[in-house]
Write a protein that binds this ligand. Sequence first.
Ligand code: ATP
Length: 326
Amino acid sequence: MTTPNPEAPPIQAQGLHKTYKVGFWFNRTVRALQSMDLRVDAGQIYGLLGPNGAGKSTTIKILMNLVRPSGGTARLFGKPVEDAETRRLVGFVPENPAPYEYLTGREFVTLAGQLAGLSGHELDGRVTEVLGAVEMAGAEKLQIRRYSKGMVQRVALAQALVSRPKLLILDEPTSGLDPLGRRQIRDLILAERQKGTTVLFCSHIIPDVESLCDRLAVLVGGRRVREGSVQELVSAQASAMEVVVEGMNSEQVRGLGIPLESVQALDGRVMLQVADVDSQRLLGSVLGAGGRVNRMQPARFSLEQLFMNALKESGRASSVGGEINT
Ligand SMILES: Nc1ncnc2c1ncn2[C@@H]1O[C@H](COP(=O)(O)OP(=O)(O)OP(=O)(O)O)[C@@H](O)[C@H]1O
């Protein structure tokens, strides 16, 4: 068996397709991924952001060789995802991890360390180290069935870290956690990056993606609809102006017949966003209608707006409104 190439990108996938057969006779097809490209370079924290059913877990399962793609190629450190040697370099936390609940946290992490080939003092020392890193040292002797969801998530992260992976793959690592639990997991991910670990995680929690990721891909309906750094993606959106109008109400502003991206009534004023190309026409129309323009500046977009725009373009905004967690 050839060894993985540490110089190769930790993750490289091209043209991934995945269809699942569903229904009693398996005669219907669900398309989970279409033409998905992904490249994650060493040391990056990379996020897959998307609503429910976007194909995030399917991507991760393909990379972990848990699901076979219907088309395309996926490589880890330059090797096909089936390569067992390469998988030793990867720590994985699945969505809703379900560790053996009658083991204690320490026993579970020790088992993971043994499976990764550690033994003796090295194993003991490493287990103590990772349980300390995830702040579970005080609860390591409790059976996992007594753990809260946040504690399960942290012990699952400890099992992923015990082998000192070069690549961490985390499926929804902060979902279902309270703000403190989310913060702890985020800090752990950042601490891993400090040590040079590459991290891929998927989420539908926009602030987590925004605060953690060097780069991200937005997936909608199995397709990658945006890719880049948070900065690049957000500034690529900034082709709108934010305008504050006085002396008119929202209905009057809407009645000017200029397409507006948003309209918000404030105390005696109206704040709106208009595409850059329409802004001068809006200015003229407001003045012509007896209103005043109190402020006009380039709009600052957030990742949340980018996400909503990506959903709108894909015709998914209304169906996923309740699933976006900000
Ligand atoms: N084993 C399976 N059999 C049939 N369909 C599946 C299977 N796994 C996923 N799907 C379907 O594939 C699509 C993508 O699912 P996937 O779990 O990858 O999305 P996701 O972005 O991770 O969503 P979530 O945020 O809800 O976990 C969905 O329509 C889902 O119903």
